[in-house]
Design a protein around this ligand. Structure first.
Ligand code: MG
Length: 255
């Protein structure tokens, strides 16, 4: 299944939808509820696609690809390095990433994001994927100078617009072998595969759900491979993942 959130008009409500070919079928509930079509459908080109869920929590994994660890100079982690992004940072496809003038360097980070479908509390890795709704693209936009300066990452990772997600949640994917890329102005910058994750998705769900309860709609960003680099005013950045598609966002310098 391919699930989205969309708006029919600028002022209209955000609805959950099921995409089939070039149409979106309105769903009665939230994106993570059992899909129940209301009977209304629209051409996909007539709606505005929003971020595919409204997470209560966005839990991110730092340093989860060996090649990215090498480029940062960090040591190989013994356990996943976790941090969180605020839900207020979420934007959808086509929305603008705003570079804060206070930062000298803001990077893109292509990541596979896991969207939870069920509550997960202390689940084992063997049952972890039963709690997953599906997968989407996420750009873990990061103010690298603040990340290095602050020692903890809340400011660096938490600015408005620093969490583009989308365009859709794909439910039928195997998270263990997906190509993950970023394209900056049509130039390939990151090109890896989730097969190279140090901590895979089932392990991450067991690890995180042993610390905090994961709720439907919550998101886990699984980390970025090597090739991160700075964004600049006027850029177009795309995160592309096999089976999900491309998440495209324009970039501009803030006021
Ligand atoms: Mg990241």
């Amino acid at each position: 299944m391919r699930l989205i959130q969309y708006r029919e008009t600028e002022a209209g409500p955000v609805r959950a939808g099921l995409v089939e070919q070039d149409r979106v079928h309105e769903l009665a509930g939230a994106v993570f509820d059992p899909p129940a079509k209301t009977g209304r459908s629209l051409a996909l080109e007539d709606v505005t696609i929003e971020a595919p869920c409204a997470p209560g929590k966005i839990i991110c994994v730092g340093l989860n690809y060996k090649d990215h660890i090498a480029e940062t100079g960090a040591a190989l982690p013994e356990a996943p390095v976790l941090f969180m992004k605020p839900p207020s940072a979420v934007i959808g496809p086509g929305e603008t990433i705003v570079l804060p003038r206070s930062s000298r360097r803001v990077d893109y980070e292509a990541e596979l994001a896991v969207v939870m479908g069920r509550t997960a509390s202390r689940v084992k890795a063997a049952e972890a994927l039963d709690c997953v709704l599906g997968y989407t693209c996420l750009n873990d936009v990061s103010a690298r100078d603040f990340q290095q300066k602050d020692g903890q990452w809340t400011r660096a990772k938490g600015f408005y617009t620093f969490c583009p997600m989308g365009p859709a949640i794909e439910t039928g994917l195997d998270p263990g072998g997906l190509k993950v890329q970023s394209w900056q102005n049509d130039e390939l910058k990151q090109d890896s595969n989730t097969v190279h994750l140090i901590f895979n998705v089932p392990f991450l769900i067991e690890f995180i759900s042993g610390i905090m309860r994961l709720d439907p709609g919550d998101v886990i960003a699984t980390g970025t491979p090597s090739g991160v680099g700075p964004l600049k005013d006027g850029d177009r950045i795309e995160i592309r993942i096999d089976g999900i598609g491309g998440l495209v966002n324009p970039v501009r310098l803030g006021e």
